[in-house]
Design a protein around this ligand. Structure first.
Ligand SMILES: *Cc1c(COP(=O)(O)O)cnc(C)c1O
Length: 373
């Protein structure tokens, strides 16, 4: 008898479980500030991406609430049908101005922005060169596009140039990197990448999911990001030239075949962008926590509010995360395949919404549990 669907899946899940690779969501309730509740217990969250505390900002919440009252809960259709609402247009304008580009397009998420943009621009016969540590959705988009995909070693310009020796065999070439790397917290050499791209008749795309508010003067022609992290809302965006945006409206499949972001999400993101522009010190505040943490733990100085503590194997990373959790602190273990084999880690992310005391408590607790294990 062949196995049923459920029998097959159960076997596969058990095999993954044995390798510590099974994943499960846990109901998590956001409380005030950076605190969360799970199974009735409160934790200080060091795994969120709300770097500026904007998802809880009164102005952001008020903007979303006003819009909900006025326009209801959903956009009702794709932007090309009837989903292109006034708040959608005004957020595009605000993002383009913030980024210093001609235009901007929105997607349902950062994931979809990557998928939609890469597949709209690249095709069979084209070449995509992506940083080895580029986010999964960049790789998914590249594979879906049909273009040849090669990965250059992380932030390794010499390796990138070496791969560009074969540039002539392809029509278009797109170089893709992140601005701030999501799992390592380091930054891409954007200026150098832009110079290399120009010299080889290649285009440069950056994913700024973790960089907004921290990275300025981005020379990439295609500047992609998310509304869902630092801006505390939901959605993805692509900033660039008018021609780029016109092409995304025309060819990007997640733009054409998916419903537009709801008015409350765009209103929240626009209000968050406004607060961030007026209060750039929020970024400095988040980085200051990261700097303090790194100094106290003897880690290299951070380049962003993301700090990895590399443990190696999945099991000890999970154990360390569990130890912190027992003491009221949430720092999720990040394991392969999200990160390369042998580099399982705790990923700490700091927010302007953390207090000095919370960071100090993390340092003391982490020192204690690491000494004990
Ligand atoms: C989170 C993330 C995305 C996806 O953005 P969502 O809005 O969460 O879909 C894309 N790229 C990078 C680098 C990310 O970290």
């Amino acid at each position: 008898m062949p196995l049923s669907l459920d029998e097959t899946l159960t076997q596969e899940l058990q095999a993954l479980e044995a390798k510590h690779l099974r994943r499960r969501p846990v109901i998590t309730e956001a409380l005030e500030g950076v605190e969360i509740r799970r199974d009735g217990k409160r934790y200080v969250n060091f795994s969120g991406n709300d770097y500026f505390g904007l998802s809880r900002h009164p102005k952001v919440i008020a903007a979303a609430a006003r819009t909900l009252e006025a326009y209801g809960t959903g956009a009702g259709a794709s932007p090309l049908v009837t989903g292109y609402h006034p708040g959608y247009a005004s957020l595009c304008e605000a993002l383009a101005e913030y980024k210093g580009t001609q235009a901007c397009a929105l997607f349902g998420s950062g994931y979809l922005a990557n998928l939609g943009t890469i597949t709209a621009l690249m095709d069979k016969g084209d070449l995509i060169l992506a940083d080895r540590l580029a986010h999964a959705c960049i790789i998914d988009g590249a594979q879906l596009s049909g273009a040849a995909l090669k990965r250059f070693r992380h932030n390794d310009l010499a390796h990138l140039e070496q791969l560009l020796h074969k540039r002539g065999e392809y029509r278009h070439c797109l170089i893709i990197s992140e601005t701030v790397f999501s799992m390592d917290g380091d930054c891409a050499p954007l200026t150098e990448l832009a110079t290399i791209a120009r010299a080889h008749d290649a285009w440069l795309m950056s994913d700024d999911a973790h960089g907004i508010g921290f990275i300025s003067n981005n020379p990439a022609q295609i500047q992609l990001g998310t509304l869902s992290k630092g801006l505390g809302s939901m959605g993805g965006y692509v900033c660039g030239s008018q021609a780029l945006v016109d092409m995304l409206y025309t060819k990007a499949r997640p733009m054409i075949f998916a419903t537009a972001l709801p008015p409350s999400a765009t209103a929240a993101a626009e209000a968050a962008l406004d607060v961030l522009s007026r209060e750039p010190e929020r970024a400095e505040h988040a980085i200051r926590h990261a700097r303090y943490f790194c100094e106290a733990m003897g880690l290299p100085a951070p380049q962003s509010p993301i700090v990895p503590l590399i443990v190696g194997e999945s099991a000890p990373a999970l154990h360390l995360s569990e130890q912190l959790k027992e003491r009221g602190m949430l720092a999720v273990a990040i394991r392969p395949p999200t990160v390369p084999k042998g580099s399982a880690r705790l990923r700490f992310s700091f927010s302007a919404a953390h207090s000095d005391q919370q960071v100090e408590q993390l340092v003391q607790t982490l020192k204690t549990v690491m000494k004990a294990s």
